[in-house]
Design a protein around this ligand. Structure first.
Ligand SMILES: Cc1cc2nc3c(=O)[nH]c(=O)nc-3n(C[C@H](O)[C@H](O)[C@H](O)COP(=O)(O)O)c2cc1C
Length: 191
């Protein structure tokens, strides 16, 4: 039987990014690209959040894979003070659809921080209950879908009709219009 776990840690970035700028800072985009490639392969999912110089990440998957990845991440010199906030067995994944969802610290999270009496994103200061509340906010925050620069790219690509391709319905209408034009031309020649 598989042992599904959820592991959450926080760390301090060795580079301070301007997370309020449009789009994802380049270094974070690189992390996300490696994460999505590797995590898909090892069936790990989760969320990464960055703000005010701190990372907060949740990893979900089979215990052995998650613990191995956590060791790799902890040794990454792009961040420091990697601190485990929780590691527990779970029955269900909270971030099912994501190899690695990304959110910068934005309005709903700022509101949560204010409720916690925090002026900055400081995940080290959160107790277990607050970590759970933050995970829930990150799970339900769909803001990234609306950002023009695609602050996070969902694992599943948009269907052709949404991404500028030609849908089968459009092809059908085109064929019908062409047929009508031919019939009209023939009728004009005959009459
Ligand atoms: C904050 C942070 C989060 C990361 N999260 C992941 C992750 O979820 N999955 C992953 O494979 N690598 C992650 N990495 C990158 C790893 O530390 C490591 O560079 C990467 O796994 C190497 O992948 P590669 O061998 O395919 O280049 C993260 C790095 C940082 C700094």
């Amino acid at each position: 039987m598989s042992d599904l776990i959820q592991l959450v840690y926080s760390s301090r970035s060795n580079t301070e990014f301007d997370a309020s700028a449009v789009g994802v800072p380049q270094e974070i985009a690189r992390i996300l690209s490696a994460s999505r490639r590797n995590n898909k392969r090892s069936q790990i999912g989760g969320v990464l959040c960055y703000g005010d110089g701190c990372f907060f990440q949740c990893l979900e998957g089979e215990r052995g894979s998650v613990e191995k990845l956590y060791q790799t991440i902890a040794n990454d010199n792009r961040h420091r003070d990697v601190t485990l906030l929780l590691s527990r067995s779970v029955h269900h994944r909270q971030f099912r659809l994501w190899a690695m969802k990304y959110l910068s610290v934005d309005r709903p999270i700022r509101q949560f921080l204010a409720e916690q009496g925090l002026k900055r994103f400081d995940p080290f200061a959160l107790d277990g209950e607050a970590v759970d509340r933050l995970l829930e906010i990150l799970r339900s925050d769909t803001e990234e879908w609306r950002r023009p620069a695609g602050n996070a790219v969902p694992e599943r690509s948009a269907p052709a009709s949404m991404s500028g391709g030609i849908s089968p319905a459009m092809l059908g209408i085109g064929a019908l219009a062409a047929a009508l034009t031919v019939v009209t031309l023939i009728a004009l020649v005959i009459l």
